[in-house]
Write a protein that binds this ligand. Structure first.
Ligand code: ADP
Length: 160
């Protein structure tokens, strides 16, 4: 029985929705490696280093957490780490379609990987990093959507 799992994502930035998935994953696994996707998939607000640092700081007092960034294919990274469980969160049906496709492709690339899906908590079902950035950019209050540190970093980015 393995006790480790990866939780990959872009985390641009980490939100209370992500933290809820991490907290609940800790009931299933002893150690969670939060893996910030550092591939240049699109334009990001925060650099991979900034995204990793924010998660590290927010979860500093939570045991069994490792935070790092990765480049390249997720399945290759997971193989190198010797971890075969990958956690993902699911919100709306649109998440399902994307996740279903990724699951089938990842299994083709590495059949030993098992992906585990945690359904969003109702109060975070609307929450995404992009909606948070949009609200913050327009001067809205994101205090209930992200931890205080991330709220501060968002303000700094948008006041430049
Ligand atoms: P990606 O670009 O890899 O989807 P994200 O940072 O957007 O990265 O999300 C990482 C994972 O967390 C994904 O599985 C996503 O569905 C999940 N997630 C994001 N926000 C929420 C939320 N509010 N509730 C549950 N899961 C979430």
């Amino acid at each position: 029985m393995t006790k480790n799992a990866l939780y990959p994502g872009t985390f641009d930035p980490v939100t209370n929705g992500h933290l809820d998935i991490i907290k609940r994953s800790k009931f299933l696994f002893e150690k969670i490696t939060i893996s910030v996707n550092a591939n240049h998939l699109r334009e990001f607000l925060f650099t991979p280093e900034e995204r990793v640092d924010m998660i590290r700081e927010v979860l500093a007092s939570t045991p069994g957490i490792e935070v790092e960034s990765f480049q390249g294919l997720l399945v290759d990274y997971a193989r190198k780490k010797g971890i075969s469980f990958i956690i993902r969160g699911l919100r709306a049906l649109s998440d399902f379609e994307h996740e279903f496709q990724m699951n089938l492709i990842n299994r083709k690339l590495n059949p030993r990987i098992e992906m585990i899906y945690l359904m969003t908590s109702q109060k975070y079902s609307y929450l995404s990093s992009s909606i948070t950035k949009e609200i913050s950019k327009l001067g809205g209050n994101v205090g209930e959507l992200v931890p205080p540190l991330v709220e501060k970093k968002l303000k700094e980015k948008f006041s430049l």
